[in-house]
Design a protein around this ligand. Structure first.
Ligand code: HEM
Length: 401
């Protein structure tokens, strides 16, 4: 139990954190990586460079400070982070390293404002928050490891097939190197792929959604080659596309993530994706086809054009086969007009045809796309508990997208 004094000091630091939060976390990362460079094997270097991780951690500290006397309020957000941590192999002992460097960074950035009393209160608060994380993560690790074929941290898999799905997306089929069973997962969950890119000192980790239904004896990930003009080239995605071949080994973590289809329910489902956000939707659609073929499902997908559009044929065939399925493909720059069901963007007017009683909406895609879809659905009167979504990349607050 935290004392009232600690609660008061931590809560009163909210304005300081709001103003200096990002500066503190930036300094914290710098000093932590100087003291413990081995942690660069866990953290995403691209996110660090782009400062997105700093924003995510600053936000969560800010939230935690606001709710320090009712930590249950931040539990849903914590849960999502814990899934991410577990997928990256974060260990209990890492919390001491983070805590030590974080408190030192607060002192160094805030100077005289960080009195001994302030630091003491924050040390207590940090461990109260860390305890919530550590316990939840241990639970997730145990659950993953107790599955048939399950494990903790990373395990070697072998690429058994490599399939080009579009001009930019390629699927990799993965099976355990030890020949053991492939654990089940929830459609929508992801794995972390850990690779050492040629010339790098440290390992790189990336999360990829599983793109096929569970129970087929393999994991499938479908990776977009990140190579847009005027944007940094995706280090890991390009490495996987260019260097990872059938027969090669790759280390992966067990499936994790709290964005998944409510498989047990029979409510209508509307799957809305943009670009490579199609990957978790393929897992959901394939699962419905496999386990609940009568279920009402609409598959709405936005892509630039038919060349970059992955799984087009698979979705068309499934929709043909399933009695209550429909699809809508929307291209904003179609090569041949007849290949698009509609052109332009998925507007509120488009979505109004999909407003159904009790329906659940799943959204995945780039942040601006997701923001537009969530706004459209909310304006159409869909309650927030029926709108499920996942951002790729560090969790950021909705109003900062
Ligand atoms: C990601 C908070 C402790 C390693 C994150 C994210 C948040 C966060 C908000 C972004 C989540 C997302 O991407 O969806 C915290 C808080 C901690 C804590 C509040 C302490 C109470 C740790 C520890 C480690 C760690 C001890 C291990 C050294 C990571 C990594 C990521 C992450 C590697 C992914 C970042 C990336 O993509 O580069 N954490 N974290 N965190 N955290 Fe933590």
């Amino acid at each position: 139990m935290l004392s009232q004094k600690t609660i008061d000091i931590v809560k009163s630091s909210v304005p300081v954190l709001a103003a200096k939060g990002t500066e503190i976390t930036k300094h914290f990362y710098k000093r932590m990586f100087e003291n413990n460079p081995e942690l660069l094997n866990i953290f995403n270097h691209t996110h660090q460079e782009l400062s997105r991780q700093q924003t995510a951690l600053a936000n969560s500290l800010y939230e935690a400070a606001r709710y320090i006397d009712q930590l249950e309020v931040i539990v849903p957000a914590v849960k999502q982070i814990c899934h991410k941590h577990v997928s990256l192999g974060v260990k209990k002992e890492h919390y001491s390293i983070v805590g030590e460097n974080l408190l030192a960074a607060m002192k160094e950035v805030l100077g005289d404002a960080a009195t001994d009393e302030f630091i003491h209160a924050w040390a207590e608060a940090y461990w109260a928050i860390a305890k919530v994380f550590i316990e939840m993560e241990e639970e997730l690790y145990k659950k993953a490891e107790n599955q048939p074929g399950g494990w903790r941290y990373f395990k070697p898999f072998v690429v058994t097939e490599k399939v080009k799905e579009s001009s930019v997306i390629t699927s990799f089929y993965l099976k355990p190197k030890d020949g053991g069973p492939v654990p089940s997962y929830l459609p929508g969950q992801y794995i972390t792929v850990r690779v050492k890119v040629t010339g790098d000192t440290y390992l790189s980790n990336r999360q990829y959604s599983l793109s096929d239904a569970p129970g087929k004896g393999y994991f499938r990930i479908s990776v977009k080659r990140e190579a847009e003009p005027n944007k940094p080239k995706g280090k890991v995605s390009n490495y996987l596309h260019d260097h990872l071949q059938v027969g090669d080994e790759i280390e992966i973590s067990a499936p994790a993530g709290d964005f998944f289809l409510n498989v047990q329910d029979s409510t209508p489902v509307v799957l809305i994706s943009g670009g490579v956000g199609i990957t978790p939707m393929m897992s959901m659609l394939n699962t419905i086809a496999k386990e609940n073929a009568e279920r009402s499902v609409a598959f709405i997908h936005a892509a630039r054009n038919e060349e970059v559009h992955a799984f087009k044929k698979d979705v068309e065939e499934l929709v043909e086969k399933l009695p209550n399925a429909s699809k809508l493909f929307c291209y904003d720059q179609p090569i041949h007009l007849e290949n698009a069901d509609i052109t332009g963007h998925i507007t509120k007017d488009v979505l109004k045809d999909y407003v159904k009683n009790e329906a659940d909406y799943y959204i995945c895609g780039p942040a601006p796309f997701m923001k537009a879809m969530i706004t459209n659905l909310t304006e159409l009167g869909i309650p927030s508990e029926k709108i499920h979504y996942e951002f790729f990349g560090p969790a950021i607050k909705f109003d900062q997208i």
